[in-house]
Design a protein around this ligand. Structure first.
Ligand SMILES: [Fe+2]
Ligand SMILES: [Fe+2]
Length: 207
């Protein structure tokens, strides 16, 4: 790999983990009034948004790993467009955590490394499995965001607007993977992914 590409990829890692993310689109719900949350509700929303932010850190790593190893130009381009939207999700969740006085997950660097390895491994299996892994990841994220929409306090419209827009974007990312030829993963792999995601989300809620 050329040295400028290495620098670019390392820069991406550093920016994802330690620099504030930026968003081209307006932040969903930014115009809505902030809810008067109790301390318990606030702490719960911080936990949920920390999980979502952590998931977006992993999405960055996953897309980076997959784009690094994908063989097809059109697939790499599609991954790049989706990765840019994931950067916006990173910005929105980060900002919401800050508004609520919370902290990002301490696990981010460790989970980034794990997700990057998974992305590279998926990419090395070939584009149809690479995209299959991506489509399944996005479907599982969609289900997880559905659960968050049910769990958010009724009055917290700002958080809800962010989660709703992220959900719509993740559905499009899964569709993109399918359009580009994603294979359906074996159910044992899907189950393993669900278990790993459950452990990650439980840990990031508290840490
Ligand atoms: Fe996302
Ligand atoms: Fe996504």
């Amino acid at each position: 790999m050329a040295i400028d590409r290495v620098i670019c990829e390392v820069d991406r890692v550093l920016r994802t983990l330690w620099a504030p993310a930026s968003s081209v689109r307006p932040i969903p719900g930014a115009e809505l009034p902030d809810a008067d949350l109790s301390a318990v509700e606030r702490s719960h929303v911080v936990g949920l948004m920390r999980v979502n932010h952590c998931g977006e850190v992993c999405a960055q790593a996953l897309y980076q790993g997959q784009a690094l190893t994908s063989r097809d130009f059109a697939v790499r381009e599609a991954l790049c467009v989706a990765a840019n939207e994931e950067t916006e999700h990173l910005a929105w969740t980060e900002r919401r955590i800050g508004e609520l006085g919370g902290q990002k997950s301490l696990l981010n660097p460790m989970l980034y490394a794990g997700a990057l390895s998974m992305g590279v491994a998926a990419g090395l299996l070939g584009d149809k499995w690479n995209l299959g892994f991506l489509a399944e990841t996005e479907r599982q994220v969609e289900a997880h965001l559905d659960a968050h929409l049910l769990s958010l306090p009724a009055g917290d419209e700002r958080s809800r607007a962010i989660v709703e827009q992220m959900r719509l974007d993740e559905i499009r990312h899964a569709d993109m993977a399918i359009i580009h030829g994603a294979a359906e993963l074996p159910s044992s792999i899907k189950f393993t992914m669900k278990v790993a995601a459950k452990i990650m989300t439980k840990a990031a809620y508290y840490l």
